[in-house]
Ligand binder design. Structure first.
Ligand SMILES: Cc1cc2nc3c(=O)[nH]c(=O)nc-3n(C[C@H](O)[C@H](O)[C@H](O)COP(=O)(O)OP(=O)(O)OC[C@H]3O[C@@H](n4cnc5c(N)ncnc54)[C@H](O)[C@@H]3O)c2cc1C
Length: 406
């Protein structure tokens, strides 16, 4: 078998991937290749024409595009071999990657590979929205690319669907670029963003419809009207666009195509406490692990996984069987969802999310014995953190139970 061309290949040049590459370099790892399909590093942050980014990792506040440029400068300064315009199309069993670029298809291989391919918003088809198919229905990511790269605002009076943090940031993007949302529509009974962000519609005078369902999108050439059902009534919202926000899913196509185990709760790869996938050569970090966290969180996670991989390079890829972390309803996901006895620690906490608003007692059980208990009230799409106890590394059965208040 030919020698790997890199010690570590990092796939994805967003905050997680760049931070992982920088951490590896800092630990003295020599041959690091960072592969990014776009023409610049920065990932999703490049499209964000707003702040705040970079406070914790760089000690100052950046707008998204400037933050992306800072990541580029850091990678250059560290002497990382960055391959822009290169898209990884296949993950080989032994760390050999197939990569398409403008010149053709090539292969490179690494002793280890870190995946940091991020997350994407659910498009219209995945949300099963009925009605016409006119111009003007798009996701926040697409809107932000239009604004950042083409100086375009594709509508003036959109209906915003969703109420996550990204949905609130979409309000600001619209208002600062000459568009006034006519309504914010949320299928769940409550706003999903935390306070104070959840108050933004009220502060900006945008009607908010929680618990609403979209019944129809109408328009011949472009969107003209959205009909919703809300509190037993049907309302027609005259508008010229529909902005689909949030409902992120990990960008896990590569992982799925390579038939690595998936974490069915998060939709990302199954990983252990070092971020290692089922295939021991591969690791994952950032929003690929679970949708979605802030840029700063993705950066810190990338750094932690980079450090874990640097430690792991000294050893043979660990082959021990992983114990799966199980969980009760209404817990939606747990990351990491595998624990391996001899893995290097990268993720120090279990991160959980709830599928719906829930109040009760969360318990971590190791071989049936409770080792951690927390009472609380939890909202969907908000992180819940509990430490990964060392005793978990020895357990044969790991489970989060939830005793919901009646
Ligand atoms: C609309 C929006 C607004 C946001 N606002 C804020 C904010 O105000 N503050 C904040 O802190 N965070 C914000 N975020 C979140 C922040 O942008 C993300 O948390 C962060 O970018 C995630 O980093 P990541 O490295 O995990 O993934 P990403 O930034 O998504 O990077 C993934 C990278 O992988 C590349 N890639 C994917 N597949 C391949 C492949 N096959 N081959 C090669 N490369 C590939 C992609 O091109 C991309 O560059 C926002 C996100 C969005 C979408």
């Amino acid at each position: 078998m030919s020698q790997p061309t890199a010690d570590v290949i990092v796939v994805g040049g967003g905050p997680a991937g760049v931070a992982a590459a920088l951490a590896l370099r800092k630990q003295g790892v020599e041959r690091i290749v960072l592969v990014e399909r776009e023409g610049h590093l920065g990932g999703a942050t490049r499209h964000c024409s707003h702040s705040p980014f970079g406070m914790r990792e760089f000690g100052r506040v950046y707008f998204g595009a400037a933050y992306g440029r800072r990541l580029e400068r850091e990678a250059e300064r560290a002497g990382i071999d960055v391959r822009l315009g290169h898209s990884v199309t296949n993950l080989g069993e032994t760390g050999r990657l197939e990569i398409a670029n403008g010149r053709g298809v090539e292969e490179i291989s690494g002793h280890r590979v870190i995946l940091g391919t991020g997350a994407r918003e659910a498009p219209r088809s995945a949300r099963m929205l009925p009605g016409d198919r006119p111009i003007g229905v798009l996701t926040t990511g697409t809107l932000q690319s239009y604004m950042a790269f083409q100086g375009l605002m594709p509508f003036r009076r959109p209906v915003i669907v969703g109420s996550e943090l990204v949905s609130q940031s979409a309000i600001l993007s619209c208002l600062t670029h000459g568009a006034t949302p006519v309504a914010m529509v949320e299928p769940s009974p409550h706003a999903l963003a935390r306070a104070p962000f959840r108050w933004l519609p009220r502060v900006t005078g945008i009607p908010f419809y929680p618990g609403a369902q979209i019944l129809d999108i109408r328009g011949r050439d472009r969107v003209e009207n959205v009909r919703i059902s809300w509190q037993g009534e049907q309302l027609d919202l005259a508008c010229d666009g529909v902005l689909l926000t949030g409902q992120f899913t990990p960008e896990a196509s590569l992982v799925r195509n390579s038939q690595f185990a998936l974490n069915t709760g998060s939709g990302g790869p199954a990983v252990d406490q070092s971020g290692r996938c089922e295939n021991p050569i591969y690791f994952a970090a950032g929003n690929l692990l679970r949708p979605i966290e802030t840029g700063g969180w993705a950066f810190r996670e990338g750094r932690a996984i980079g450090l874990a991989v640097a430690g792991d390079l000294e050893r043979e890829p660990c082959e021990t069987r992983a114990v799966e972390v199980r969980h009760d309803d209404p817990i939606k996901l747990v990351v990491p969802n595998l624990i391996r006895r001899d893995a290097v620690t990268g993720l120090e906490s279990f991160q959980l999310r709830f599928a719906r608003r829930s109040t009760g007692t969360l318990t971590l059980l190791l071989d049936g014995e409770p080792v951690f208990r927390k009472r609380g009230s939890w909202h969907p799409e908000r992180r819940v953190l509990t430490p990964v106890p060392r005793a978990a590394f020895e357990a044969r059965d790991i489970r989060f139970s939830f005793d919901e208040d009646k």
